[in-house]
Design a protein around this ligand. Structure first.
Ligand SMILES: [Fe+2]
Length: 188
């Protein structure tokens, strides 16, 4: 799928299509599908009183995984965080995009500053951590702490670690449409 070619289709419809099709398939060896994982992360955010923008960021944080267009692209573990920013650009503001964009960096950050954080990662997430550069070095930690979206990115990251459970009742993407409609900046 070429994500940038939206062909005049409504962007929220495109998101819903991803959740209902490719998104409901397997998620890199995790027990849950990517769509269920993203919806569970949004539900965890909501339960913790997150802002609408952070709930939306939680819902969409892994949508960049669907940017891998071809099988030759073996590098996409590292790129899905960049892909989410590119994909959502022009449709949502930075308060939605940036926590999602930074969620991989937040994992590298939390593993660097909290000795027990590594133990909270699922096995596939441990595997991708290595490909993503491992825990941050001291200079990267400092830079990351200077990012204005740093706190929200870490919050999203903590919620996503606990949002990979099987067999819990999740909502549908369509339940979040009103929230996304309120936040979008590309209103037709
Ligand atoms: Fe995730």
């Amino acid at each position: 799928m070429e994500l940038k070619q939206t062909g005049g289709q409504d962007f929220i419809d495109i998101l819903e299509h991803i959740f209902e099709t490719e998104g409901s398939e397997e998620y890199l060896g995790e027990a849950v599908s990517m769509a269920d994982h993203m919806i569970q992360t949004a539900m965890t955010a909501e339960k913790n009183g997150a802002s609408d923008a952070l709930i939306a960021a939680s819902l969409l944080h892994d949508i960049g995984h669907f940017a891998h267009v071809s099988a030759e692209n073996t590098d996409w573990h590292r790129k899905h965080d960049k892909a989410v920013a590119e994909f959502l650009d022009g449709h949502f503001g930075p308060e939605v995009i940036e926590p999602a964009h930074l969620h991989v960096q937040a994992k590298r950050y939390l593993c660097a500053i909290e000795p027990d954080y590594f133990g909270k990662l699922s096995p596939p997430s441990v595997h991708t951590l290595e490909k993503q550069g491992g825990p941050m070095h001291a200079d990267e930690v400092k830079d990351f702490e200077g990012n204005p979206h740093h706190a929200e990115a870490c919050q999203l990251r903590r919620w996503e670690e606990e949002s990979k459970a099987l067999g819990i009742e999740t909502r549908r993407f369509s339940d979040y449409r009103p929230l996304l409609e309120r936040l979008r900046i590309d209103r037709p």
